[in-house]
Design a protein around this ligand. Structure first.
Ligand code: FNR
Length: 368
């Protein structure tokens, strides 16, 4: 760890400010911003503020166990790194640095389809540490199956199928800066490594590759039949990311998925919608313990982790905060962000009178 604790920004706001100074206007705007009027982005944070923990005292919290079991596997903390594409925008080592940080701390890494390093390169950089693969369904379905096969071969442990991105949201910041990291080629590594994708290309120069990535990545025809088909094609567990309606949670179970990630994509896709934390209890209730429910969108500190788990999430994904850590300090910066989240979560659990993460469902929350 080369980042000095004293000089490293602790709060989210300070981290965001420091990342802003490190990044180009276009790249920072791309990471920070959200869709349309950014109502959902703000609501994600407000949703947490409205929830108040009612702590318990005198419960011997000397030993805190933060481990959680999801899909039969136990993880030391209820914290994952969210799939974030094109991380080389933020730091030259991109996904290699953040995956190494996740491995060093003991947190699972989720590799995006549109990464700047291929899933095989990330595997090589990190060995057997837990990794999940996030799939953006390709217009050419054979490319999707091929990527999932490659992930399975490389030892990735689950597929996260993101379903809220059948097209890019109306992102006014990126439109005004005319910034598209995909068009700049930051998201092509997994495609370039894919023999099925490359075989379908007429010309194999960089421009043709990027053009074909752009044509493949958005697939508005996506529907539940694709989920059922994917389930048949892979033995990896499938988690659906982007569910907000309880009826979609039921459909997910009916179509054989192994877990749900309640998420509104950090407000980047559809604006004016329910905050993710307000959607969580309705999904947990609909799922009724059949499959694990995970959560992201708006986690900014350890108290948020505890609130999400108290509402029934098994674990949470960290998004923008670790990307800011990456931009400020590379691998060491991501490690520092994770250490801070883990420590604040532990302190929050202890002071609220809960010594096991698996007991957090018993923690009382009220709406203020
Ligand atoms: C994302 N997210 C995302 N999700 C996904 O499934 N695949 C992807 O490639 C990306 N890429 C991406 C890039 C950037 C810059 C951001 C900020 C986010 C969404 C991500 O997984 C997660 O849902 C949100 O980041 C959660 O919101 P917060 O906590 O960042 O506000």
């Amino acid at each position: 760890m080369s980042v000095e604790a004293k000089s490293f920004p602790v709060s989210f706001d300070a981290l965001e400010q420091e990342a802003k100074e490190k990044m180009s206007t276009g790249a920072y705007g791309y990471v920070r911003s959200a869709a349309s009027n950014e109502e959902t982005l703000r609501k994600n944070a407000k949703g947490f503020e409205k929830l108040a923990i009612v702590p318990r005292m005198l419960r011997n919290v000397a030993a805190v166990d933060m481990s959680v079991t999801i899909g039969g596997r136990t993880y030391p903390y209820p914290i994952f790194l969210a799939p974030v594409g094109m991380q080389r925008l933020t730091h030259e080592e991109g996904e290699l640095a953040s995956a190494r940080a996740a491995a060093a701390i003991g947190v699972p890494f989720t590799q995006s389809t549109v990464s700047s390093y291929a899933l095989e390169e990330v595997k090589q950089a990190t060995g057997d540490s837990p990794k999940w693969f996030q799939l953006y369904w390709s217009r050419n379905a054979e490319v999707s199956y091929s990527m999932v096969d490659r992930a399975e071969k490389a030892g990735y442990e689950a597929v996260v199928l993101t379903v809220d991105t059948v097209m890019t949201g109306w992102r006014e910041t990126d439109l005004s800066t005319n910034f598209s990291p995909l068009k700049l080629g930051f998201g092509k590594a997994n495609y370039e490594y894919d023999s099925v994708f490359m075989a379908a290309l007429q010309a194999k120069d960089e421009e043709s590759i990027i053009q074909s990535v752009l044509e493949n990545i958005h697939y508005p025809e996506l529907n539940w039949s694709h989920v059922a088909e994917l389930k048949k094609r892979t033995s990896l567990p499938i988690y659906i990311k982007g569910i907000l309606h309880p009826e979609d949670a039921i459909l997910a179970i009916e179509n054989g998925v192994d877990g749900i990630i309640v998420s509104n994509h950090g407000g980047r896709q559809l604006d004016g919608i329910i905050s993710a934390i307000d959607a969580l209890p309705t999904i947990v209730q609909a799922v009724d313990g059949t499959i694990p429910v995970l959560f992201d969108s708006g986690i900014r500190r350890g108290t948020d982790v505890v609130k999400a788990l108290a509402l029934g999430a098994k674990a949470v994904f960290i998004g923008r905060p670790f990307i800011y850590g990456l931009s400020v300090g590379g691998q060491a910066g991501v490690e520092k962000v994770l250490e801070n989240y883990i420590e604040e979560t532990k302190i929050t659990m202890s002071l609220a009178g809960i010594s096991k993460a698996s007991d957090l469902l018993s923690l009382k929350l009220i709406r203020e």
